[in-house]
Design a protein around this ligand. Sequence first.
Ligand SMILES: Cc1cc2nc3c(=O)[nH]c(=O)nc-3n(C[C@H](O)[C@H](O)[C@H](O)COP(=O)(O)O)c2cc1C
Length: 192
Amino acid sequence: MNVLLVYAHPNPESFNVALARTIQDEVVSNGGQIKVKDLYTMKFAPVMSMADFQGIYSGNPPADVKQEQADVEWADLVIMLAPVWWYSVPAMIKGYIDRVFTAGFAYKATSTGLMGLLKGKKGLFITTSGANRQDAEMGGMLPVLKKSLVGVFAFSGFEEKKHFNFFSVPTASDEERRQMLLEVRDFVKSMV
Ligand SMILES: Cc1cc2nc3c(=O)[nH]c(=O)nc-3n(C[C@H](O)[C@H](O)[C@H](O)COP(=O)(O)O)c2cc1C
């Protein structure tokens, strides 16, 4: 299986980066091919400029977007990974979605409404939060994340789409973090 892992965290010592390494390792252990997009390290340009906008809507996206779209096309499973920042994700990953999952590539307008174009793919969105499960549930964080993040996969016509959140990450003990890394392995294994 071809897996595309897209993640965004500025700190190489963060738990997100540990998760990214574990995911990569698990895909390879299961015989999968993986392409990894560490958006901060690759200095991905997250802002949709006027030139991008014109190019995308005239069917001629900028070269960096075309490359990213080719990698999405290549993937059977797209995994996005990010911390929850303000009930959403860092601007870097939001900008990747804005610029790569474009009209004409991820979806198109038809006479009966919008149609997803990335059929047959699986999508997994993994987030980490400061909030514990109870606060995240009571505060309505999970449905908001699910709607907006998994919604990207759903809107684009993906066949299978999932969201998985790790809670209380900043206050978790080393043992709890180890458990989370085992959990992400199991979860990835179930999808590859
Ligand atoms: C700018 C910013 C905004 C944040 N917003 C939220 C939030 O809305 N909900 C939440 O549960 N945690 C929030 N957090 C906490 C992070 O989600 C948490 O620290 C992170 O998931 C831990 O993983 P890391 O060690 O890989 O950064 C925020 C953190 C930052 C820096």
